[in-house]
Design a protein around this ligand. Structure first.
Ligand SMILES: Cc1cc2nc3c(=O)[nH]c(=O)nc-3n(C[C@H](O)[C@H](O)[C@H](O)COP(=O)(O)OP(=O)(O)OC[C@H]3O[C@@H](n4cnc5c(N)ncnc54)[C@H](O)[C@@H]3O)c2cc1C
Length: 429
């Protein structure tokens, strides 16, 4: 085997003489976020020998809004951890949409909020309980390749120490950062689709009244939105995101300085009273921290022989709302199912690559139309006045409200709002 990036000139590190270190496994999952853990758990439950690797030791923080929408709830059920997670989260019954003129509507939905430090730890432990082995803190550096160029394992690094693991299949679930994708030769676009930042603030006074997942649109945050999500113990996740920064820059309509997220966030805290109160009266529990988003199933190749790319690494986050925890788990499960459907699970020899890849890519393609609609819906972020119109109509028409609720519950696509027919319905229904 050779390491793809090291080529043949660099000596392969000696196999470690460490009994606890697996020399090989059937499936090596890189990245133990929701996508990687979901994939590993399903495979391990089916009896596959799975090793998970993450650069961080768990529990670890992940910069996120922590909002769980119905697709997350469904995936948690599929993974058998719904009750465990539900005992920890803060439930919510509504998404509150707030427009530039200050009007709002409360759209019913099955929602909750749980810090990722807690959620991801539950998911990773569930995968371990199912039999997956976890190695941390090890950083994926490069794939190992066999003589035919098929991925056959990975080279991992911890400080100065470098080790290898051979694997029948590697699943790359490394999230929105592009380094691992690039090292594996899977990155089509280095720039993220968007960026977002958040902090935590405790405010017991507001916790009694602010119980919805709030999204706020305003011309001073054109291209994105602010959010306030009430989590457990009176702690709010407050942040601002620009999920379409890549699109804006590509079209030449934006300048990088326009996308200074901290200024974006300051604007949010000055135009929206609950945000202002949180930031001036609340107890700050951490710094404002930003992270990239990869959306719309774009920006990376989904597979090559011996390797599948899943979760946000494959762009599984919604462009409109920046939500991606549920779809990360869903795509991780699709990857596991594609591997399990092979005649001899994960023991697929080289000849089975095409089958596994085809099944996996077909699964992602099935989700693509929905992602495309969210990409189009993201244009609402560029035209905040549209939020005013929708809010005004939703408060007048129970049918419009029901449609919006159906979008949140994933029973209806957001595309209806973007067509002329949808617009007509919005104005007349
Ligand atoms: C500010 C912000 C707010 C958001 N808010 C929400 C929200 O409210 N609701 C929602 O549903 N989604 C939200 N998202 C999106 C959500 O965070 C992602 O969709 C989700 O985390 C994707 O899961 P994943 O498992 O694919 O990747 P991740 O959760 O990013 O997990 C990837 C894992 O891979 C590991 N890793 C990365 N590189 C390597 C490497 N080289 N070697 C080893 N390990 C590696 C990382 O340590 C990490 O543990 C938000 C995103 C941001 C940035």
């Amino acid at each position: 085997m050779t390491s793809a990036s090291a080529a043949s000139s660099e000596p392969t590190p000696a196999a470690p003489a460490d009994a606890a270190w697996p020399a090989c496994c059937e499936v090596l999952v890189i990245g133990a976020g929701p996508a990687g853990s979901a994939c590993a758990q399903r495979l391990a439950r089916a009896g596959v020998d799975v090793v998970m690797v993450d650069q961080h030791t768990f529990p670890r923080d992940k910069i996120c809004g922590d909002g769980l929408i119905p697709d997350s709830h469904a995936a948690l059920r599929a993974l058998g951890v719904y009750d465990e997670v539900a005992a920890l989260w803060q439930p919510a019954q509504h998404v509150r949409c707030v427009g530039p003129r200050g009007g709002h509507c409360d759209v019913p939905g099955t929602l909750s909020v749980l810090p990722r430090k807690v959620l991801d730890d539950v998911l990773v432990r569930a995968a371990q309980r199912a039999g997956a082995r976890l190695l941390t803190p090890w950083r994926f550096e490069a794939p190992l390749e066999d003589a035919a160029g098929r991925v056959a394992g990975a080279r991992l690094r911890q400080g100065d120490e470098v080790r290898e693991i051979g694997a029948r299949w590697v699943v790359l679930a490394t999230g929105a950062v592009p380094q691992a994708l690039s090292a594996a030769g899977m990155c089509d676009r280095h720039t993220p689709s968007g960026v977002a930042l958040r902090t935590y603030v405790r405010h017991p006074g507001l916790a009694a009244s602010l119980r919805q997942l709030q999204f706020i649109w305003h011309p001073r945050m054109r291209g994105g939105y602010g959010w306030i999500f009430p989590g457990p113990d009176g702690v709010f996740n407050i942040g601002a995101g620009h999920p379409g920064s890549h699109r804006k820059l590509k079209s030449g309509k934006g300048q990088m300085q326009d996308l200074n997220l901290r200024r974006f966030f300051e604007a949010f805290a000055s135009v929206y009273e609950p945000a202002r109160r949180l930031m001036t009266e609340g107890e700050r529990l951490g710094e404002l921290k930003g992270a990239p988003l990869r959306c719309s199933l774009l920006g990376a190749r989904w597979s090559r022989d011996g390797l599948l790319v899943t979760g946000e690494a494959a762009g599984s986050t919604y462009a409109f709302s920046g939500e991606g925890i549920g779809k990360a788990m869903e795509t991780g499960l699709i990857a596991a199912d594609a591997l399990l459907a092979s005649p001899r699970p994960a023991r697929a020899v080289t000849g089975d690559d095409a089958d596994v890849r085809q099944r996996y890519e077909a699964g992602l393609l099935g989700l693509k139309p929905k992602f495309d609609l969210y990409e189009r819906a993201a244009r609402v972020n560029d035209h905040p006045w549209l939020a005013d119109l929708v809010i005004w109509r939703a408060n007048k028409s129970p049918r419009i409200m029901a449609r919006m609720s159906a979008v949140i519950e994933e029973r209806q696509n957001p595309g209806w709002l973007l067509s002329w027919r949808g617009m007509r319905k919005l104005l007349t229904e």
